[in-house]
Design a protein around this ligand. Structure first.
Ligand code: HPA
Length: 201
């Protein structure tokens, strides 16, 4: 009974797209009339207690993914020059999602997402740096889109699928195949959470 629009994938900055290009779809979605943006991504676990296949509700982010998509001319009709970023991931959406997860007995984590450009996965030293910075997970997307949404006062909820654990001491090789496989295995839980959230919005 709900209307939604879904993107089939996204543009990554590391694919050679500019920040305007990676974030343009968010502006299009806003003008199509959406009132909530749900974002998902695959991310590397940095918090040592995280396990592959777990879902993490993003509570905040640190951007190491330059440049900020709002650099350049500000379109006042979209939002302010200096947007507040004190609550990029809406607390009421996080609360709702946690309640849904508890009701469905689905294990969810919460944490800080650190965005990097990629396309290289992190070195051991970089995973350690990200942990030291306060990150729980690391990925190559999301933050530019979220900034663009917050600029337009669009409420956001974002979830990471932990597809690999970057902080392990040995056997630290991470492959794209491993990431895709873990994302696939997390799909049923992820789908159940998102469908119920949409139903409740
Ligand atoms: N690092 C960065 N991006 C990622 C990772 C990672 O370990 N896993 C999935 N996307």
């Amino acid at each position: 009974g709900k209307k939604f629009v879904a993107m089939a994938g996204r543009f990554h900055y590391n694919g050679g797209y500019t920040s305007e290009q990676t974030t343009f779809p968010i502006r299009v979605l806003k003008f199509l009339g959406i009132d909530t943006l749900l974002v998902s991504n695959a991310a590397g676990g940095v918090n040592p207690s995280f396990k592959v296949g777990e879902l993490m509700i993003i509570t905040d982010h640190i951007s190491q993914l330059a440049p900020n998509p709002l650099i350049g001319k500000n379109y006042k009709e979209l939002g302010p020059r200096f947007p507040d970023m004190s609550e990029p991931y809406k607390k009421y959406l996080i609360k709702k999602m946690k309640t849904i997860a508890a009701e469905k007995n689905i294990n969810v984590r919460e944490g800080v997402y650190v965005a990097v450009t990629g396309p290289t996965f992190e070195t051991r030293a970089e995973y350690k740096m990200i942990l030291t910075l306060g990150g729980d997970a690391v990925g190559m997307s999301t933050v530019q889109e979220v900034i663009t949404a917050v600029h337009m006062w669009l409420p956001v909820l974002a979830i990471s699928v932990i597809t690999d654990v970057g902080i392990r001491e040995d056997e630290n090789v991470i492959t794209h195949e491993e990431v895709l496989q873990a994302a696939k295995e997390a799909e049923p839980n992820f789908k159940a959470l998102i469908c119920e959230l949409i139903a409740q919005l």
